[in-house]
Design a protein around this ligand. Structure first.
Ligand SMILES: [Zn+2]
Length: 473
């Protein structure tokens, strides 16, 4: 409790109703968290969700910062822990303070949620687990709510809107009709670091996300190769944005979710678009834009309207998207290949120094300091908002020279790189990350090679367009 300060709701002030399982309804879950939405009577909590950690036994020890085995299965690739942990602090408390003190200064407080900690007990968690069990999908139930967590996180439910057309407090609390989307945009840039080896130069032509699609296709039976390229989304050009959103809608995988009035829409269902009918019935020149008798026609019209709406919304939020791109690019300025050089070819005592540093995961205080130092570095190095080359050999293009950084700077760059991974894929392990990077590159080159051979043969069994994939910023 000492660390949680003002972000924790004092137990005396927590209404009993929050501890009634019937006040919470299952909303969704990922690999690491389960989200419940408040359906009780208290107006103050009407648009609130409760985030609970799931147990994580099967993966906890598998990933170690000094682990060089590189032999993780694809299942493990997909099952990375999506949150940051520290040995000295409760993980949920850590998350709340990490968002508030580390991420919010980088992204901007206007773009981050207000989170609060709610003290929970094993009995309450057990009851919740029971009450939501019938709503969970069978492919997720292998991991249950972690009964050992001491806190859950309360945050705003962004899938519902508060009505703001009345000053009456009662009406302000009631949700109005809402379309809400969740996008995991992933990598926003093509790396330019001079530390990328010539044999990996494909990384300068095809973005990491697009290459990763082919790796997933190779290693999992269910993966589809999507046409979505994050660089289209981050281009903030209308035609490319429309293409990106269209691809996200047709192959959402886990990068896109659509909610209508707080409920997740199943985008695999035929004519799901009709759920949005009420939002897109317009009178145009005296006629309704939707044809009452033709569902298929209406569905494709509504898809187009939705793409138009989302494109306009993203263009309106262009500052956030530009900021995310700039953050990813500057935090990951050296690329994982440069970071691995910092770790493996030090000029001084850096190797043992760095290993010592990461024997335990960085503390909240270390993350806070790194966040501030990054902002100072960016301010110092950028006159016009773009970071010029770093002082780590980027001036001569040689990829073999030893790092010129002192230990403190090396540590800073590694922490910055780890920030960048949380803004892209939420992976915090350097060796794992490097290993995956290499697998993705090798696999993509393999696909290109095979496709070129198959084109000669006039056979198309592996043709997925790898050699035609061109990504550009
Ligand atoms: Zn791409």
């Amino acid at each position: 409790m000492n660390n949680s300060g003002g972000a924790t709701i004092s137990p005396d002030l927590v209404p009993d109703e929050l501890y009634q399982p019937s006040s919470w309804q299952y909303k969704g879950e990922g690999n690491s968290n389960i989200i419940l939405t408040y359906i009780g009577e208290l107006d103050n909590f009407k648009l609130t969700v409760l985030r609970l950690r799931k147990s994580e036994e099967e993966k906890k020890d598998a990933l170690n910062i000094n682990n060089n085995s590189g032999g993780f299965s694809n299942k493990q690739d997909e099952q990375q822990d999506n949150s940051i942990q520290s040995s000295s602090i409760d993980p949920q408390t850590f998350t709340v303070f990490y968002v508030r003190d580390v991420i919010a200064p980088l992204i901007g407080t206007e773009h981050t949620s207000e989170l609060a900690l709610l003290r929970v007990t094993p009995t309450f968690l057990q009851k919740l687990s029971k009450s939501i069990s019938s709503h969970r999908s069978s492919n997720r139930v292998n991991k249950d709510i972690d009964l050992k967590q001491r806190y859950a996180i309360l945050s705003p439910d962004y899938t519902k809107f508060q009505s703001n057309n009345s000053s009456s407090s009662k009406q302000q609390e009631s949700p109005t009709n809402t379309i809400s989307i969740e996008i995991k945009p992933k990598w926003a840039f093509i790396p330019t670091s001079t530390h990328i080896a010539a044999s990996n130069s494909i990384k300068r032509k095809t973005c990491r996300f697009c290459m990763h699609q082919y790796y997933k296709h190779k290693t999992t039976t269910t993966a589809v190769v999507t046409d979505y390229c994050p660089l289209d989304l981050f281009s903030l050009k209308e035609d490319r944005l429309r293409r990106a959103i269209g691809a996200l809608i047709s192959t959402p995988v886990n990068n896109f979710k659509l909610f209508v009035d707080g409920l997740l829409v199943d985008l695999a269902k035929t004519n799901w678009q009709l759920l949005l009918k009420g939002f897109f019935v317009h009178e145009k020149n005296g006629t309704n834009t939707l044809n009452e008798d033709n569902d298929n026609d209406n569905a494709s019209k509504i898809t187009e309207y939705l793409i138009t709406l989302l494109t306009a919304t993203i263009l309106k939020e262009h500052i956030l998207f530009s900021r995310l791109k700039h953050l990813q690019k500057t935090l990951d300025e050296l690329d994982i290949e440069g970071i691995m050089k910092l770790l493996s070819s030090p000029t001084s005592s850096s190797s043992s120094y760095i290993q010592q540093l990461f024997a335990v995961e960085p503390s909240l205080e270390e993350w806070r300091t790194a966040s501030l130092r990054y902002l100072e570095r960016i301010e110092k190095h950028t006159g016009n908002g773009t970071l010029q080359s770093s002082n780590f050999n980027d001036n001569n293009g040689s990829s073999n020279e030893k790092p010129l950084m002192d230990d403190a700077e090396i540590k800073q760059r590694i922490l910055e790189f780890l920030f960048s991974t949380t803004l892209k894929d939420s992976i915090l392990k350097l060796d794992y990350y490097h290993d995956l990077d290499m697998k993705i590159v090798r696999n993509f080159l393999d696909y290109i090679k095979k496709e070129l051979e198959e084109t000669d043969d006039n056979s198309h069994s592996v043709f997925l367009g790898a050699n035609k994939r061109k990504c550009f910023e």
